[in-house]
Ligand binder design. Structure first.
Ligand code: AMP
Length: 252
């Protein structure tokens, strides 16, 4: 595996290219995306970029977990060919001014609590798609609204790549894997288990009841590109967690 830091160093790839955009701190959820990309493409590119544009001013950008050496080892073991780990000024040089407006989909649910989040996500994804020119890009069902926003971006801007959505990977206790789980104390982690338990009911009213002890941003049914999900965001201490379960529709 080769680690690349500049856009100029990204190679022209022969054959099909699969891209997995990430913010690092890899866990088995990321590895499932790498594995899917490895199975379906000649070349696998993973990007590792903690995108400042998708964090709000009072969010966890400064404390987001970071261990590039460990991530590089895990990515290599999972069959990634190129790890693209640019610095922020490579992605957003002085004078950077253009942003993708993702419309109504970016304003609901997550968008209500993280106002410019999906604008940052869509912009960085469009930039990565233009730089890497993948045939397919891989996203997790864990971030269902993000996957829907990216699908909309591809459709609306005629990007001509395929978006593949990989099922959510969970720990044995049911908690969806997330880089942010590292913030949780043992007590907080125990409290956080209410989230997967509530969603597992697949019933919005019962889920609301089971989440009563936590600080809940939302628990709602949503339709993302014809896929109905029950989605929720909660705060456990200083940590914000999101999760969802599919109610109906295809799983990929
Ligand atoms: P992140 O590094 O958190 O931005 O995540 C990078 C990609 O991994 C996104 O497409 C996420 O949806 C996906 N992902 C994160 N957690 C999981 C999980 N537990 N299962 C499957 N995919 C995940």
């Amino acid at each position: 595996m080769k680690t690349v830091r500049t856009i100029a160093e990204l190679p022209e790839s022969e054959g099909t290219v699969g891209l997995v955009p990430t913010m690092g701190a890899f866990h088995a959820g990321h590895l499932a995306l790498f594995t899917a990309a490895r199975q379906e493409n000649d070349v696998v590119v993973a990007s590792l970029f903690v995108n400042p544009a998708q964090f709000g001013a009072d969010e966890d950008l400064d404390r987001y977990p970071h261990d590039e050496e460990r991530d590089a080892d895990l990515a290599e073991q999972a069959g990634v060919d190129i790890l693209f780990a640019p610095r922020a000024d490579e992605m957003y040089p002085d004078g950077y001014a253009t942003w993708v407006d993702v419309g109504e989909l970016g304003k609901r649910l997550e968008g209500e609590f993280r106002p410019d989040h999906f604008r940052g996500v869509a912009t960085v994804c469009l930039k990565l798609f233009n730089m890497v020119e993948p045939d397919r890009a891989y996203f997790g069902q864990k971030d269902a609204q993000q996957a829907a926003v990216v699908k909309q971006l591809v459709r609306d801007l005629n990007l001509g790549l395929e978006i593949r959505v990989v099922p959510t990977v969970r720990d044995k206790d049911g908690l969806a894997l997330s880089s942010r789980n590292a913030y949780l104390s043992p007590e907080e982690r125990e409290a956080a288990l209410a989230l997967p338990r509530a969603l597992a009911t697949k019933d919005v009213e019962r889920a609301r009841e089971l989440l009563r002890g936590l600080e809940v941003d939302y628990v709602e049914e949503a339709d993302f590109n014809g896929r109905r999900v029950l989605a929720a965001a909660v705060r456990v201490g200083k940590t914000r967690l999101i999760d969802n379960v599919i109610l109906e529709g295809e799983t990929t």
